[in-house]
Every structure is written in structure tokens, then in C-alpha cells.
Design a protein around this ligand. Structure first.
Ligand code: T5A
Length: 210
């Protein structure tokens, strides 16, 4: 059966590099796969991505707007891309999903978890990833890596305390989740990729794929 696999973690954790390696694993098993990113992944969700990553034409983005836009983008992606792909038997490999909202808007911004639960119920129902790989990184190191790509965007400028809270939230959530693996993303990239590949191979085995 097709599965929804998600890679989560703070900026600079190495999600993009890990996703490349995971895609190669799925290819080697001849598993058809759709790659997604959040926020984004449909024309409307990509427009929302532009809105949340920068102040909108100089207008400050409130944290409530940020939260609502994340769920608006997620709803578009899940209904128009992820569910159709899974229904057609393709796996989906996601760069971030709902756990990002819990960590960033819940843990980081301090929006009550009840508000997030309400939005999640409304937009996702009981839809959850089948497997989550969390790349754990100290935000000081993660942001240092992100900075090598250029200027930090609006969310990346939220400050170290914001990212420390988001990381603690990620760690708490992952510890309580089944079908989730945490990897120390401060290690060399080839080691992180190796551990991520091993975790995905183990998950694929549980799915009965040869
Ligand atoms: N957001 C998103 C929310 O607030 N709520 C939500 O619900 C959702 C879905 C998305 C932003 O939106 C926020 C989170 C984000 O702020 P984005 O651009 O997609 O924006 O942000 P990221 O996904 O965090 O993008 P990054 O590119 O920063 O993170 P990656 O993909 O984890 O990092 P990667 O692989 O691009 O690596 C960054 C650099 O570090 C190097 C890489 O070579 C690269 O140069 N690197 C390493 N160097 C040494 N050792 C390693 N182990 C390394 N791993 C990577």
C-alpha cells in the first residue's frame, strides 16, 4: 500500500539532502513517488508560501494569519496532491507537514494547542503521515547552515528562543509518536543520510515491499 513519508526538522537540519537520498531508496525499490513541500506544492499553496515567508508588501504578518495560511496551504496540498497520489498507489515524500505547525506556531509562537487541534480536525480530519523522520538540530547550527544560502527570511528571523521552543516541541511530539524516528542532524551529512536511509528501508520492510 502507498505511504506518506514526512521529513521534519528546523531550518538547516538537512531535510533537502535527506529527501534526495530517500528518493533514491524508493526508486531502487521501483516505488513511484510524489515529492511535496510545505507550505507549497500547488499553485495556490505556493502563493501562500510567498505570503508567509516575507512581510506582505511591507505589511506585518500576524501569528494568527501565519497559522491560518499554513493550514490553508496544507488543505490545498493534501486534497489536491497527496490524497490523489496515495489513492493512485504512489508514495508521497513530504518536506514538512502538520508537525511543523505544532512546532513553529504552537511551540515557537505559543498559539494554544487547542486552536491547532481545531484547525487540524477541520482541514485534515484523521489524515496523518505513515512515517516521520525528524532531523534534530540545535538552531544555532541550523541557522548558521541556512545563512550560507543567503539572507534569512521572515520566519528564520524569529530569533533563537523561538527556534529553541520549536525544537523542544518537536522533541516532545516525536517521543510520543509511533512510526517516527529521530536522527541527530549535527552529524556529517553522509552519516545523517545513511541513518535516514536505514530508517526508511526498515519502514519499507514493514510495508511488505520487496
Ligand atoms: N513553517 C512551515 C511553519 O512555520 N509552519 C508550518 O506548518 C510549515 C509547514 C518553510 C518555512 O515555513 C515554516 C518553517 C520554515 O521557516 P523552507 O524554506 O521550506 O521554509 O524552510 P526549511 O524547510 O527549513 O528549509 P531549509 O533549506 O533551511 O532546511 P533544510 O532543507 O533542512 O536544509 P538543507 O538540506 O537545505 O541544508 C541547508 C544547508 O546546510 C547544509 C546543506 O548543504 C545546505 O547548504 N547541510 C549540512 N552541512 C553540514 N552537515 C550537515 N549534516 C548538513 N546538512 C545540511
Amino acid at each position: 500500500m502507498a505511504a506518506f513519508v514526512v521529513v521534519e526538522g528546523l531550518e538547516g537540519a538537512g531535510k533537502s539532502s535527506v529527501i534526495d537520498a530517500l528518493k533514491r531508496v524508493l526508486d531502487s525499490h521501483s516505488i513511484a513517488v510524489e515529492l511535496t513541500r510545505e507550505p507549497g506544492g500547488t499553485p495556490m499553496a505556493e502563493a501562500i508560501r510567498d505570503c508567509v515567508k516575507h512581510d506582505w508588501q511591507g505589511e506585518r504578518v500576524t501569528q494568527e494569519t501565519e497559522l491560518l495560511l499554513m493550514y490553508a496551504a496544507r488543505s490545498q496540498l493534501v486534497e489536491n496532491v497527496i490524497k490523489p497520489a496515495l489513492n493512485q498507489g504512489r508514495w508521497v515524500l513530504g518536506d514538512r507537514h502538520d508537525l511543523s505547525s505544532v512546532a513553529y506556531q504552537g511551540g515557537g509562537r505559543g498559539i494554544p494547542i487547542e486552536s491547532l487541534r481545531t484547525l487540524r480536525r477541520m482541514t485534515l480530519g484523521d489524515f496523518v503521515p505513515d512515517f516521520t523522520l525528524y532531523l534534530d538540530i540545535d538552531p544555532v547550527l541550523g541557522l548558521e547552515r541556512a545563512r550560507t544560502r543567503g539572507e534569512l527570511d521572515r520566519i528564520e528571523q524569529s530569533g533563537i528562543a523561538f527556534f529553541q521552543r520549536a525544537r523542544q516541541c518537536y522533541q516532545r511530539m516525536i517521543a510520543d509518536m509511533e512510526n517516527a524516528v529521530s536522527i541527530d542532524a549535527s552529524q556529517a551529512i553522509d552519516v545523517v543520510q545513511e541513518q535516514a536511509v536505514a530508517a526508511l528501508e526498515a519502514f519499507i520492510t514493514t510495508q511488505g515491499v520487496s
